[in-house]
Design a protein around this ligand. Structure first.
Ligand SMILES: Cc1cc2nc3c(=O)[nH]c(=O)nc-3n(C[C@H](O)[C@H](O)[C@H](O)COP(=O)(O)O)c2cc1C
Length: 361
């Protein structure tokens, strides 16, 4: 092709993975894994979004029977789940893409109906989340008061993450991304608006980050740091999970995980309508030794700018990748994008809003 290559579509080496372009499928919960088991329709969904040399991150996947807070999200703690992931992973590999599993625990963002024996969800705290109300005044989700984990129970949860990572490798995934973002269990420990503990997992920044770092270390020891990524959203307030000093938190975390030599860090952009949008992650980008991936509100040109200005190595696209299975190709041709339909993001239909978005002619 004539002309300069499009920066988003240039090759990149993420550790031992040779990527052909920088357009990553972000982790996207789709709630179509009935009874927490990945389904055959996910084979088509993920393979539609796989391209030669592409990187895909699977939807958030529960590490244990206490990890869920929504209907029909997949897990990776049982043999049945591991077997169910295999054909999905194989289909992505057949297209020549790299596939990471995102491992997850919702913590208090749950209701006892999703918990074994109807027990209380677990968290760093016993503070209850307020119900989420939609624009029409209808309650979208409500939560059960969580139970604060006892200090001596914490190693069990770390171990759940370790086993989930082992299972992900057994299922054929190339690596895992630990979900330390969006108000879920790890953030409930990291952020001072939620963590009200008085043991060694609460109080100082170092103490609040201890749990996540123990998970990173355990997972890296289990499957190798070269297969481990971490997603963080220090600036997010999602799930009533804000921090009084997000920059300090983000910097502390990337410096701390440098010690383990993990492969990638994916960081969520603060959603600010300011000229500093997409520059606020620079301190973390500079401090982190591995592959730095950004996500949140990027279009084609924002992605090109971020790569050109060396603000990121990779861009993870969420909503546009839902509606454009061939997103890298559309970016290559600067083709128009399909609109996404929010109503079907989380509907459980195995086709509609899932595998029926059109490809470019
Ligand atoms: C429908 C939907 C589901 C999502 N599920 C997850 C998830 O399972 N894990 C996660 O880390 N982020 C999740 N996210 C956040 C995305 O990974 C991504 O960071 C975010 O959508 C920003 O990218 P975008 O502006 O390109 O959509 C989700 C976002 C959407 C829209």
């Amino acid at each position: 092709m004539a002309g300069d290559p499009i920066p988003l579509l240039t090759p990149y080496k993420m550790g031992k993975f040779n990527l052909a372009h920088r357009v990553v499928l972000a982790s996207l919960t789709r709630q179509r894994s009935y009874n927490n088991v990945p389904q055959p329709h996910a084979v088509l969904y993920y393979s539609q979004r796989a391209s030669k040399g592409g990187l895909l991150i699977a939807e958030a996947t529960g590490v244990s029977d206490t990890a869920q807070g929504y209907p029909d999200t997949p897990g990776i703690w049982t043999k049945e789940q591991v077997e169910a992931w295999k054909p999905i992973v194989d289909a992505v590999h057949a297209k020549g893409a790299t596939f990471f599993c995102q491992i997850w625990h919702v913590g208090r963002v749950s209701d006892s109906v999703y918990q074994p024996n109807g027990q209380a969800p677990i968290s760093s705290t016993d503070k209850l989340l307020t119900p989420q109300i939609g624009g029409d005044g209808v309650v979208i989700s409500q939560f059960t008061p969580p139970r604060r984990l006892r200090t001596e129970e914490i190693p069990n949860i770390v171990n759940d993450f370790r086993l989930a990572a082992r299972n992900a490798i057994e299922a054929g995934f190339d690596g895992v991304q630990i979900n330390g973002a969006h108000g879920y269990l790890l953030e409930q420990f990291m952020k001072d608006q939620v963590n009200d503990r008085t043991d060694e997992y609460g109080g100082s920044l170092e103490n609040r980050c201890r749990f996540t770092l123990e998970i990173v270390e355990a997972v890296a020891n289990e499957i190798g740091a070269e297969r481990v990524g971490l997603k963080l959203s220090p600036f997010s307030k999602f799930g009533e999970c804000g921090d009084s000093n997000p920059l300090e938190l983000g910097l502390y975390m990337v410096n701390a995980v440098n010690k383990y030599g993990i492969l990638h860090c994916q960081m969520v952009e603060p959603r600010m309508e300011s000229e500093f949008f997409s520059h606020s992650l620079m301190p973390m980008r500079k401090a982190f030794n591995g592959t730095f991936m950004v996500t949140g509100g990027y279009d084609r040109q924002d992605g090109i700018n971020a790569i050109t200005e060396n603000r990121a190595d990779l861009i993870a696209y969420g909503r546009y990748f839902i509606s454009n299975p061939d997103l890298p190709k559309r970016f290559a041709f600067n083709a128009p994008l399909n609109k996404y339909y929010r109503e079907t993001f989380y509907s459980s239909d195995p086709v509609v809003g899932y595998t029926d978005y059109p490809f470019l002619e």
